[in-house]
Design a protein around this ligand. Sequence first.
Ligand code: SF4
Length: 429
Amino acid sequence: MKEDFLHYIWQHQYYRNTDLATTESEPLQVLRTGYYNTDAGPDFREAIVKIGDVEWSGSVEIHLRASDWRRHNHQTDLKYDQVTLHVVWEADETISRTDGTIIPVLELKDRVDTALAYTYKQLQEARTIIPCANVWPDVPEITKTMMLGRALTERLEQKGHEVLQSYTTYNHDWEATAYHVLFKGFGFKINQEPMERLVKAIPATIVRKHRHLFQLEALLFGQAGFLADAEGEYVQMLAKEYGFLSHKYSLGDKAMQRHHWNFMRMRPANFPTVRLAQLAAVLANRQSFFTAILEAQTIKHFEALFMAEVSEFWQQRFTFSPEPSKATKTMGQGSAHNLVINVAIPLLAAYSQFTGNRTHLEKAIELLEKVKEASNKVTRLYEALGWKATSAADNQAALSLYKNYCQPVNCLQCAIGNKILKQNLLSRS
Ligand code: SF4
């Protein structure tokens, strides 16, 4: 058993409370369980208990064994002097405050429903990847929907939080922050690291100043290291323009090299050269990329934003090869939706947190519900239990549920786990 199970039992008062008494046989009444404390000090603060005829306001400390109090040196810690009740699974010794006064103890081991303890143990010791897999189909759909909704909101909050950290790094400049998220998104899975390196190698102020597609290509391909030895008339022109910009802004010492980019095991349409051309097209002739994200309302608007038409050269190339091939004018819809998920949504979530305006978060959730996303290793775990993802919102929710709850077996914090424990589903299965 773990202490967090006792926290759960205490918080929800899931124990038999008839003839409640301390280990010293004094009648006990719990008038307020208190607030769970995540900082240093006792586990629950501002609790109220009545012991005998006296009402006590203070804290509650919870341990598996009473002797844990001494093992944690609480008897010499002033922060624990305010504890009015020590709640334990097993009262194996008497404990006291720093002044030597004895602390009343409530022992739970004979008061907790054995089926509840059994269900908890089953979840903790389950050998299935999703610990509650055996009873997942018995959990009401509404509970699953509610928990997945919560997991999705938490994921968006986390993504928003990460963007806000970048926002601080970029000296509270939303446009520069948006470039960072955008470049990283354009790295897709394989070239995220070089894309992040590239965005740091081109100050946002320079991107803002040079919004012509040709100049943006020169900047991006030049700093990325693709213009050093490529051949052909168009490349020479880009190299010349890059030489001018690089000299003007002293960009040379941050320039990357071609070998930083990964071309292995990918379709030509995903080559980093193609992605850089598409990225230049998204940025071209646009006053502010971040404003465009805030102004776009529908999934069609976002598709139009990301599926910008590349320059004529890249409509016929995947690399700087002098020989034309059959390429495309814009990225595919699947890639654009990937950017909606990984660029637009985190930016909207961050701005919602920043402004306190939930409209942006609601827009992000609506967008996710409109975007299709292929199932992945994690969503397939839940699909195997009979659950079906119908949109990227479902996928993102499942990812969050798995990472934050199922994988670390945080069933006590999960609404599905609470339902299972309350109904003792596992003990009946
Ligand atoms: S965290 Fe929730 S969904 Fe995951 S295994 Fe536990 S009870 Fe089931």
